[in-house]
Design a protein around this ligand. Structure first.
Ligand code: FMN
Length: 352
């Protein structure tokens, strides 16, 4: 796939996911052969005010490139200004515009998925941003607003007309949020309707699912979101399957090692971004809490999640989280020695 001058040989990319696809996780996916990563969505207006949390969201690393920065907003001047700011301050390869976020707080301001109802504004926004930067510009959209307002073909054409160089489609409507069926026929129709690269998104949980979407729709690349949680290997699996090889599943040991690197990386960056003494003291607890979703998935893939899920909210230190995850994953091997070991709690934590 080629987005403007950006060449992406791999067939699978990582979708942006607020609260999950931070720099640490993106680097792990990249190591496993992910072709392109995106920062989590960030508000154009917050970025221009240089709100500290937004600055953290657009932190990138040379090892993860190519990386796209995803912005949201519905004001042409503000979005263009924010894109210019990104091009100047953030080492990155692509500006992506979010037009699919279903959250009420965002759509009530006419942003995110609300833009699906405004194709003319979509074209103006993409044109304003494309004119403001030299980086390629893309957009991530939905199938439509509701089942009776499916208009992703029209919106994709508007993106292309505005100078957008790629379009990613989460093939569910805003009304579906993140559940329900994914419309492959719509992806195939969009692929036939525009010349820019089309990335298909929605419901991919394994290599087989990725290949099915690619083969049945003809999209240029597949975009994986929740299928990558606690499972950065999915990108290697997709690549292996794409080249006709049988995907090699990670061993329990590899699963534990990846989980530990992820957790420690998350703790380090939480500590790095802590400004005040109080924030530094709570950095570890916040890092473990922010990793809960990933941790559960790392453990679930091995099958030992029931007990771990129960313990999750009581884990406040990296060591406790690692100990509990190790026990849960190794329990899966039916090792009686591991299955009876108690889970230690950090000082101050209470068992419910
Ligand atoms: C927790 C969560 C956070 C998300 N954050 C973003 C985001 O920041 N930007 C975006 O374009 N989409 C976001 N999405 C949507 C995903 O990128 C993707 O479109 C959606 O999850 C469907 O793909 P899946 O079925 O493979 O998970 C988010 C989804 C989830 C579940």
């Amino acid at each position: 796939m080629q987005i403007g001058s950006l060449v992406i040989p791999e067939v699978a990319v990582l979708a942006p996911m607020a609260g999950f696809t931070d720099l640490n996780f993106r680097l792990l996916c990249k190591e496993q052969g992910c072709g392109l990563v995106y920062t989590e969505l960030v508000s154009a207006s917050c970025l221009l005010r240089e709100v500290r949390r937004s600055l953290r969201l657009v932190e990138t690393d040379p090892r993860e490139r190519p990386v796209g920065v995803q912005l949201y907003g519905a004001d042409t001047d503000q979005l263009a200004e924010a894109a210019r700011w990104v091009e100047e301050h953030v080492p990155c390869d692509l500006i992506d515009l979010n037009m699919g976020c279903p959250v009420a707080r965002i759509v009530s301001r006419g942003e995110g998925a609300a833009l699906m109802r405004e194709p003319a504004l979509v074209e103006r926004l993409v044109r304003a941003v494309s004119d403001a930067v030299t980086l390629p510009v893309s957009a991530k959209i939905r199938a439509g607003w509701t089942d009776s307002e499916i208009n992703a073909v029209e919106v994709s054409r508007a993106i292309e007309a505005g100078g957008g160089q790629a379009v990613a489609i989460h093939a569910r409507t805003r009304a579906q949020r993140h559940e329900g069926s994914v419309d492959f026929s719509l992806l195939a129709e969009i692929k036939k309707s525009v010349k820019i690269p089309v990335l298909g998104n929605g419901g991919i949980r394994d290599a087989e699912g990725a290949l099915r979407m690619r083969n049945e729709t003809g999209v240029d690349a597949v975009m994986v979101a929740r299928g990558a949680l606690g499972n950065p290997w999915i990108f290697r699996h997709i690549d292996e399957a794409w080249h006709g090889r049988v995907p090699r599943m990670p061993s329990q040991q590899e699963r534990l090692e990846m989980l530990e690197r992820h957790l420690r990386g998350c703790h380090n960056s939480s500590a790095q971004w802590a400004q005040k003494e109080r924030e530094r003291a709570s950095a570890e607890g916040r890092a473990v809490a922010s990793m809960r979703g990933h941790l559960l998935q790392y453990v679930s893939a091995g099958g030992g999640a029931r007990e771990f899920r129960r313990q999750l909210n009581d884990l406040h230190t990296v060591d406790d989280a690692l100990y509990a995850a190790r026990a849960a994953i190794l329990n899966d091997l039916d090792d009686p020695l591991h299955s009876v070991r108690p889970i230690p709690l950090s000082p101050g934590a209470t068992r419910q």
